[in-house]
Design a protein around this ligand. Structure first.
Ligand code: NAD
Length: 977
């Protein structure tokens, strides 16, 4: 018998005996004799009720009035048949036939709280003491997890630290008095701490992000240090929990660095997730590191709790999926990792954290085969789950540690929902074993080792953003910044027809972070150049209009390819030319690539004539043709994406385009045109004509030989262009088409059922991303009901923690404004806010130059300019609304209607917002910026634009005329077909 067969045989044997110990036992959660068991049974029987049930439970703590609970319950369950009694009662009381809604609400609330208590040992150390003591009396060890997800601000971190310090102190004192239990207090090497706490690194630094690696490591360590020092002092151990994959390498780095700085820490541990494809290399790396650092570490091996998140979010980002897609592959990996850990118990103290009898039995079989004593191996289970398994393991003589959450119900909800989903999923071992009573033998087969990857995406794919958790990408970005810096001060000519023209009239482009630095100079065009450009465009159009759509698309695709290969340099140039932080700059480059690819596909789709009608004897065609010569005029704030979108739509549709960039981003503008040139685009099809908007811009707009204007910019300039274009001039041959995307005054509504953590994060990102200089930025927040004060103070604290600094430093989330004019404008609105309303928050970044810190106001009159005019800076006006209707009215009260959003967990409120909010792009429970090509086609209505959505299926049509052709195919009585 081979060693593998031997392990298999032993695993099987152990599993049978463990199974015989758990058979007939029911974990309290699945006991259908209790109402909790009934609800779980109901959720597991029918997937269509599980989601509303868990979503309802998730939203519940945010509802402050008991009667609101019943309303919410009704919203979630109105269409669900066969609800359990407790829910029926709630619904009936709403109809006025049963108990009062407020009473029903209270009952429901207390039942959910009792559900929470199933998984949560207590509110704090004192409250959890009895639970911990009974675990110990049962012969079980514990690790405590203080509930709370991410920290959003400095004060929230401090509060979290305090809770941990108190917890460790109080438990250290109490557990010192407990009688010794050899199995729990020692392993085969020596003593192990009685107090073990588990911490999430993201709770100790609110901007934890690998993009600024060193800053994240040092700030997270700074946040964690008091906790580690307390553990050192009291002899406790600390385990770092593992969160999302994006933070994995960073977490491992922080772990190692913490241990290096704290040699006296009795035990440091880290959790590793077997569902990650990289888990093996991480385990091996940690073992090697522990050995070289000459210290033992503990490793908690888990399967991984964020599988849905990892598959959904990484697919959304277009990044490789880091987790195994098949459960069996994770199980296989778990077994491989178990073996590695057990083979290295001199360097690691392994904790096998699973409820799966097969995985447990395999670990025991491997440990036995290695001749390890029982106390060398620890199992971990989750509080409130798998009681039969933990007692069976105890009977086998193993140390079992219970992962025990402690905390309040609201921050505990995310945790509770994770546990409920885990227990009710079809693949849950507990469900299969104790709910469906699947035979033990079904599980004993070794996990399949050849998983198949499933590809769910079809069609257009967005260009993936750079993953800055990769050291290589950070290195390349730093190199690109260096190389762009070396080329500061270069000059760029006009491109008219096939000629490059240097005019001697420079447009100087300066680095907003340091205005003494000249990023580059671009020649400024005059009316004569504009005239020459129109003539060149007209003559180039003669052949360009006849170029087949496939060929036109190929130019766009080649330009996309070269943009892709220069993406780091282009992003670095954005950092310097317009002051975009790294991630924002990268996102702009990817969007530009998306526009090229998407419009290439669209030009082929629309360029292919469509046959209409199915009648014999006639052939009807619907044919899109280019309009002619167009002008593209763009703003500076998305200096690559917007102009690339405007010109590629025009050129892809078969037009010749004269491009006038913003004076603040003309170096990037030149690069766009140059990339098209390098892709081989014939001269005259796309020309580069920077110059003063009021001169060159207006000259082009008014020119009789220009057929359309594609403009993105402010309302003022947009309206002027509409007016100029409306006037027909002598010799003009077509009515000009104006495609204009203008500014916004965008609001986010936060209703009573909103997840405040998510809403605060969303508002911060939407309002302060790129210093608020986005047309889609949030500048009004309308909070419904009683949480206004809490929301305002938490938002102010979160805003206060946002780091401001030079955009080339990746730890800066905010940089300078783009120009002196922008600074003056923003400051004038801040002064107005101080006069008319109440200043909630203001910060002077103290950096001089063009830096303006965020400012927030409440108590503004509803007609205040701060609630109606686009400010284009980091200024937020907060308004309180009595109810959702009022919030919607306030949101709709501006003349502009670009983006808007709502944070809500009430299905009825979300439905109402969808129907009544007057905006071009509505976002629900997410930030209101960052629209993606083909996924959230972008553009406003009312005074925010005349045009269809960029990156959407109607966009290219605006650059074309439609011809309808009908041919009679019947000649002398014979049809051609
Ligand atoms: P802006 O209107 O000042 O300038 C836009 C462009 O128009 C520049 O190239 C400018 O030189 C040119 N221009 C100025 N006067 C002109 C004239 N009389 N005739 C012809 N062209 C003229 O805007 P900006 O400051 O560059 O950009 C910020 C504005 O753009 C904000 O209002 C923002 O909301 C808006 N914007 C809208 C969208 C959208 O998709 N809706 C996207 C980005 C920016």
């Amino acid at each position: 018998m081979t060693a593998i067969q031997d392990i298999e045989r032993k695993t099987d044997e152990i599993q049978r005996s463990l199974y015989s110990l758990v058979r007939g036992e029911v974990p309290s959660l699945f006991d259908t004799g209790t109402w909790k068991g009934k609800v779980m049974e109901w959720a597991m029987r029918d997937e269509s009720v599980k989601i509303p049930l868990f979503r309802f439970i998730d939203a519940l703590p945010s509802v402050t009035h008991d009667s609101g609970v019943v309303r919410l319950l009704n919203e979630y369950f109105e269409n669900v048949q066969d609800s359990p009694l407790v829910i029926k009662r709630g619904l009936r009381s709403l109809a006025g036939t049963g108990i009062l809604p407020s009473v029903a609400g209270r009952i429901i609330r207390s039942r959910v709280a009792s559900f929470g208590r199933q998984f949560i040992a207590g509110r704090d150390a004192e409250d959890a003491e009895n639970a911990l003591r009974s675990l110990r009396d049962e012969g079980l060890a514990f690790t405590i997890d203080l509930l709370g997800e991410e920290a959003l601000s400095g004060p929230e971190i401090v509060a979290y630290q305090r809770r941990y310090l108190h917890l460790i102190d109080s438990l250290a004192r109490k557990t010192a008095l407990w009688p010794q239990q050899d199995l729990l207090d020692n392993d085969h090497v020596g003593p192990i701490p009685r107090v073990d706490v588990s911490v999430k690194v993201s709770s100790f630094f609110c901007h934890l992000d690998p993009v600024h690696w060193e800053e994240s490591v040092s700030r997270a360590k700074e946040g964690l240090s008091p906790v580690i020092e307390k553990a050192e002092e009291t002899g406790a151990s600390v385990t770092l929990d593992m969160e999302h994959y994006y933070l994995k390498d960073l977490t491992i780095d922080i772990f190692k660095s913490l241990l290096e700085d704290h040699p006296a820490l009795h035990f440091g541990g880290i959790a590793l997730q077997a569902y990650l494809k990289e888990a093996e290399q991480d385990v091996v790396g940690l073992v090697r590191w522990a050995r070289s650092a000459k210290r033992r570490i503990s490793v908690r091996l888990v399967k991984g709790a964020y599988w849905d998140y990892e598959t959904v979010v990484n697919r959304q980002r277009g990044w490789p999926i880091p987790v195994y897609l098949q459960k069996s592959a994770t199980d296989r990996s778990f077994e491989d990792l178990t073996r590695i850990l057990l083979e290295n118990v001199d360097a690691v103290r392994p904790a096998i954290a699973t409820h799966n009898l097969r995985s447990i039995s395999h670990a025991i079989a491997v440990a036995d085969s290695l001749g390890l004593p029982r106390n060398a191996l620890e199992f971990q289970v989750i509080y409130g789950m798998a009681e039969p398994i933990r007692s069976a393991l105890k009977k086998f003589g193993f140390r079992v540690r219970v992962y025990t959450p402690v905390g309040e119900l609201i921050p505990g909800m995310a945790y509770l929902i994770r546990r409920l989903l885990e227990n009710t999923s079809n693949e849950s071992f507990l469900r299969q074993t104790f709910f469906e009573q699947a035979a033990a033998s079904q599980e004993s087969a070794p996990p399949d080792s050849s998983p198949q990857e499933i590809d769910l995406d079809r069609g257009f794919r967005n260009e993936p953003l750079l993953d800055f958790s990769r050291a290589d990408n950070r290195r390349r970005m730093n190199e690109a910044l260096e190389s762009v810096r070396r080329r500061f001060g270069s000059s760029f000519p006009l491109i008219v027809g096939a000629n490059e023209i240097s005019t001697g009239q420079p447009i100087v482009s300066r680095n907003p972070a340091d205005q003494s630095q000249i990023v580059g100079t671009v020649s400024s065009a005059t009316a004569e150049h504009a005239e020459a450009a129109v003539r060149a465009a007209r003559s180039a159009w003669i052949s360009w209009r006849r170029t087949p759509p496939e060929e036109r698309a190929a130019y766009l695709r080649r330009t996309a390819a070269s943009m892709r290969s220069h993406r780091f340099e282009l992003a670095a140039l954005e950092v310097f030319e317009v002051g975009k932080p790294w991630k924002e700059a990268d996102a702009d480059v990817t969007e530009a690539i998306d526009f090229l690819e998407y419009y290439a596909a669209e030009s082929i789709r629309l360029g292919t004539p469509r046959r209409l009608g199915a009648y014999p004897g006639e052939k009807n065609l619907y044919v899109y043709e280019p309009r002619g010569v167009g002008v593209a005029i763009s703003p500076w704030n998305f200096p690559l994406a917007i102009p690339t979108g405007l010109v590629s739509a025009g050129v892809g549709a078969g037009n010749c385009v004269i491009f006038k960039p913003s004076g603040l981003s003309s170096v990037l503008g030149w690069h766009i045109v140059n990339l098209f040139r390098e892709a081989g685009l014939p001269p005259g099809v796309l020309q580069f004509l920077p110059g003063p908007g009021g001169e060159v811009g207006e000259y082009l707009v008014s020119h009789p030989d220009v057929d359309f204007i594609a403009f993105t910019g402010s309302k003022e300039v947009g309206l002027k262009i509409v007016e100029l274009a409306a006037k027909a001039r002598e010799g003009q041959r077509s009515i000009k088409r104006v495609i204009a995307e203008l500014g916004g005054k965008n609001a986010i509504i936060v209703d009573e059922t909103a997840d405040l953590d998510e809403a605060i994060k969303g508002v911060v990102e939407s309002a302060l991303g790129y210093q608020g200089q986005k047309c889609s930025a949030c500048s009004r927040v309308i909070v419904v009901g009683d949480s206004f004060e809490e929301f305002c103070s938490r938002l102010a604290a979160a805003v206060d923690s946002v780091p401001i600094g030079r955009p080339e430093d990746p730890s800066s989330l905010m940089g300078p404004l783009v120009s002196e004019e922008a600074v003056r404008k923003v400051q004038s609105y801040i002064a107005l806010g101080k006069r008319d309303g109440k200043l909630l928050y203001e910060r002077d970044p103290g950096l001089g130059g063009l830096y303006v810190g965020p400012a927030m106001f409440t108590g503004l009159p509803l007609d205040s300019p701060l609630l109606h005019e686009e400010i284009f800076g980091p200024v937020i006006a907060l308004v309180r609304a009595g109810d959702l209707d009022e919030a919607i009215d306030i949101s709709n009260s501006t003349s502009q209607a670009l983006t808007g959003g709502i944070y809500s967990r009430s299905p009825a409120s979300i439905e109402k917002a969808q129907a009544q909010l007057r905006v071009g792009n509505l976002y629900i429970n997410r930030k209101i910026t960052g629209a993606l090509v083909a996924r959230q086609p972008f553009g406003g209505m009312a005074m925010s634009g005349v045009g269809t959505k960029t990156g959407g299926p109607d966009y290219l049509q605006q650059f074309m005329n439609v011809k309808s052709i009908s041919e009679n195919t019947l000649r002398r009585g014979f049809a051609a077909e």
